[in-house]
Design a protein around this ligand. Structure first.
Ligand SMILES: *[C@@H]1O[C@H](CO)[C@@H](O)[C@H](O)[C@H]1NC(C)=O
Ligand SMILES: *[C@@H]1O[C@H](CO)[C@@H](O)[C@H](O)[C@H]1NC(C)=O
Length: 558
């Protein structure tokens, strides 16, 4: 089923080659069909030359606004706080009185932004959106390392950060968060923290309120290489945790390592500062028992961070590993990307493909440690055979190095921001000046020539509950009888340091598609099987017709 759906993208391309008048296309492909550059390589747009801060962390909220922040001890940013406010912070390492903002709320539809007030240092922190759509962000550096900060979405200009000082039992700097089936957030690791804890916490802080995780101690080498561990919630309720070269499945309730998976065969580290990226490939709910696969791409050879400190920048890793964690004897299948990449962001597209975007061709994460920006994204088709899955896309003009981010938007574009490899904001006399801009990358499926087969969601009827059927009605100008319709949900991720925390796609079980009017169709589907497959919360629901996605409608799974 999944194979059929994903090859449908290729099918759509072939059909379009027949349908479309040649005047709309400009380039010739080797298979004889023709597409515009947009239709084969996508398109970059500058949205804002400056949002005033560098988007080191990003989270899309259910009202199509994106909260972004960098760090408080960066010195003055390029955007003032509202109403002449200033932040007085005796603990700030750079500026005790700062009248500039270090967080903004970006409104996608209006393409506008406003400053937010963050009080304590959010540098290299983590986050997750809870079932009610509220962002819970945890930790950071200095005076912020034990703080929890809450941002509830609002449709006017009333919302801002609310901070809970001293909430966390341990310092959480470079930790990873994951939303759990019961609605709690687990916060795993952080620099020199070989343990995890939960939000909300169950009782008052005591040493016993954190659970030790020796795996994190064991995977720390002389360059660490295990920070921001890659964490994915698996359909059996356990957590896949990847650090350095090793992977386990963790029962976080019993504090027990359930499985140790084989190590990645090449022996090179994949986590910060050798930052690769990781995704849980789309979970298809059409045929139970659910197969689950993790894919990790890029990183830097062992020792690269020490070498970068000495001014020598080793070539990044060009390999990806895929592991089907639900297999009886899982093993890594290796793939080679068209180019080496460290600090790339892997983002799941509505089609179920994975885009790898941002980053560098050599060096590592860390101050001044990256070289050779990789400005071309690649799109990976998970269903393609080994060695044939990667497509190279068109380049951006802007290097997106250390501290850059990327998230999927409801309209199918990728929002890209950040890049600041310097201790402070630095716009002059440096290789890669601090970037305050925002760009959107539109993958080929958004090209105008696909407009005739692009579905538009009209409504979603029924309750989006577990195992409950509901229907999605959409229009499309040219319904392809041979095409395939599928409905998928994507959880919006918290993006920082090359990892999209909580990112997941669930392909709904399809019961059937009915023609209900001129160019109007209803697809009947079944909600996710379990909260382990899709934890309660807000998701972007996409209809994909012959490889071309609709704009998503936000839905709440409960
Ligand atoms: C700072 O913001 C102003 C507009 O408010 C803009 O003209 C300028 O280019 C920005 N600086 C940088 C370095 O982006
Ligand atoms: C930016 O970096 C350059 C080169 O290291 C340095 O000379 C300059 O002082 C830095 N500027 C700021 C504002 O930190």
């Amino acid at each position: 089923m999944l194979t059929k759906m994903l090859t449908s993208f290729t099918l759509a391309l072939l059909l379009l080659a027949v349908i479309l008048p040649l005047s709309t296309v400009s380039s010739q492909r080797t298979d004889g069909s023709s597409f515009s550059t947009f239709g084969s390589q996508g398109e970059w747009r500058l949205l804002q030359a400056s949002i005033g801060i560098s988007a080191m962390h990003m989270q899309l909220l259910r009202n199509n606004k994106v909260v972004m922040f960098d760090r408080t001890d960066f010195g003055p940013s390029n955007i003032s706080l509202q109403n002449g406010l200033c932040r007085m912070d005796p603990d700030d390492t750079v500026l005790k009185s700062d009248c500039t903002a270090h967080s903004v709320l970006y409104d996608i539809d209006a393409n506008t932004f406003r400053p937010l007030m963050v009080l304590t240092d959010t540098w290299c922190s983590s986050g997750a959106v809870r079932a009610d759509g509220t962002l819970v962000q945890t930790g950071g550096f200095n005076d912020g390392d034990h703080v929890v900060r809450i941002l509830a979405p609002c449709d006017d200009d009333s919302c801002d950060w609310v901070e809970i000082p001293g909430y966390l039992a341990q310092r959480r700097w470079y930790a990873t968060n994951q939303i759990l089936p019961d609605g709690r957030v687990i916060i795993i690791g952080g620099r020199r923290e070989f343990n995890y804890e939960f939000y909300p916490r169950s009782s008052d802080i005591s040493p016993s309120s954190t659970n030790s995780l020796n795996f994190l101690r064991e995977t720390s080498d002389e360059n660490e290489n295990n920070l921001y561990p890659f964490v994915h919630l698996l359909p059996d309720g356990n957590l896949f945790v990847y650090a350095n070269t090793r992977a386990i499945s963790l029962d976080h309730n019993l504090n027990r390592v359930v499985t140790e998976f084989p190590s990645m065969p090449d022996g090179d580290p994949r986590n910060y500062p050798s930052s690769g990226s990781s995704v849980l490939l789309p979970i298809d709910d059409n045929n139970g028992p659910v197969e689950t696969e993790v894919m990790i791409c890029g990183g830097a050879p062992r020792g690269s961070f020490s070498m970068a400190m000495r001014g020598s920048f080793s070539r990044a890793l060009a390999t990806c590993g895929r592991i089907k964690v639900t297999d009886e004897n899982p093993s890594w299948a290796m793939e080679t990307m068209p180019m080496a990449r460290v600090m790339g962001d892997m983002v799941i597209l509505p089609t179920g493909d994975v885009i790898i975007i941002n980053g560098a061709g050599s060096g590592t994460a860390g101050w001044e440690h990256g070289r050779n920006p990789v400005t071309r994204p690649v799109i990976y088709h998970p269903q393609a055979g080994p060695g044939t899955g990667f497509w190279v896309m068109g380049p951006s003009t802007r290097p997106r190095m250390y501290h850059s981010t990327a998230v999927l938007l409801a309209d199918g574009r990728i929002l890209v921001g950040g890049s600041n490899p310097h201790v402070l904001y630095n716009f002059t006399d440096v290789n890669y000046p601090t970037d305050l801009s925002l760009e959107a990358y539109s993958p080929p499926y958004l090209a105008p020539e696909y407009q005739p087969i692009r579905p538009t969601i009209i409504n979603v009827e029924g309750i989006l509950g577990y195992k409950q059927s509901f229907s999605v009605t959409f229009t499309v100008s040219r319904f392809l009888k041979q095409g395939i319709v599928s409905v998928r949900m994507v959880a919006p991720s918290f993006a920082t340091h090359s990892f999209g925390m909580n990112q997941r796609m669930v392909v709904m079980r399809t019961i059937g598609v009915l023609d209900v009017g001129p160019n109007t169709h209803t697809v009947n589907v079944v909600g996710p099987s379990t909260a382990e497959i899709a934890p309660p919360g807000y998701y972007m629901l996409f209809v994909v017709h012959s490889g071309v996605p609709s704009t998503a409608m936000w839905v709440r799974v409960q």
